[in-house]
Design a binder for this molecule. Structure first.
Ligand code: DC
Length: 222
């Protein structure tokens, strides 16, 4: 597919990133994980002490991000910050529990928005996130919105974290997920919500293959 923009939004752990990657290789389009950018800034803010416990030093973040170079390498799905690969580090429990606070900040969103639009305009792509179909690419060629029951999402996230060496209880994962949903949907700038023209897919009772078949059929049908 040539230069199409496919926006995949929705709640955490609904299968967005796995299905976006499957779609990207099927259609021959690059895949971009927009959440990785927000996680990257959060990782940096934690390292630099710009967030510490409940304090967020907004001025330090706003000033600090002016000097950084952050990009997503679409050939191997790596997030590079100041020439260092931080792909694994951004999945930690600490980053996950702080990322929503950083993603709320308008100057962080604006900084990332500029990069997202540049990447999309040059190649076409599959991008997943929370506001891709509503704010980043409101004219995307295809828009999907993924949902699933919180218990199913928490179970998936718990299994994923265990496989990556992070040991948390299911209850902790569920609590953190629900908290993230709340902050993401209630924030003032670019909240998580379905675009009017997005196709909603509930993946609670679907296998990856079933969800993928639905995605492809919607794309072929249009
Ligand atoms: O998809 P993820 O779980 O890696 O996203 C991490 C956080 O980043 C999520 O809690 C909300 C935020 N995010 C966002 O606000 N807008 C996006 N387009 C993508 C992610």
């Amino acid at each position: 597919m040539d230069k199409a923009i496919i926006a995949i939004d929705g709640y955490a752990s609904t299968g967005k990133s796995t299905l976006s990657k499957m779609l990207s290789s099927h259609l021959g389009l690059p895949y971009i994980d927009s959440g990785a950018f927000f996680r990257g800034i959060t990782f940096l803010a934690l390292e630099k002490g710009w967030i510490n416990n409940e304090n967020i030093y907004q001025e330090a973040i706003e000033l600090g991000i002016k000097d950084i170079k952050i990009y997503y390498n679409t050939s191997d799905n790596k997030l590079i910050l100041n020439e260092i690969d931080i792909t694994d580090k951004i999945r930690s429990k600490l980053v996950s529990s702080n990322v929503s606070k950083i993603a709320k900040l308008p100057f962080v969103r604006f900084f990332i928005l500029k990069q997202q639009r540049l990447m999309g305009n040059s190649f076409g792509m599959v991008m997943d996130g929370r506001d891709i179909g509503t704010v980043v690419f409101p004219n995307a060629d295809f828009k999907f919105f993924f949902t699933a029951r919180p218990e199913v999402r928490a179970q998936r996230r718990w299994e994923e974290m265990k496989a990556n060496g992070y040991f948390l209880s299911y209850e902790e994962v569920l609590k953190s997920l629900m908290n993230r949903d709340k902050v993401d949907t209630e924030r003032k700038f670019s909240p998580l919500k379905k675009a009017n023209d997005a196709i909603e897919i509930d993946t609670s009772d679907l296998s990856l293959e079933e969800a993928f078949t639905i995605l492809i059929s919607k794309i072929n049908y249009k």
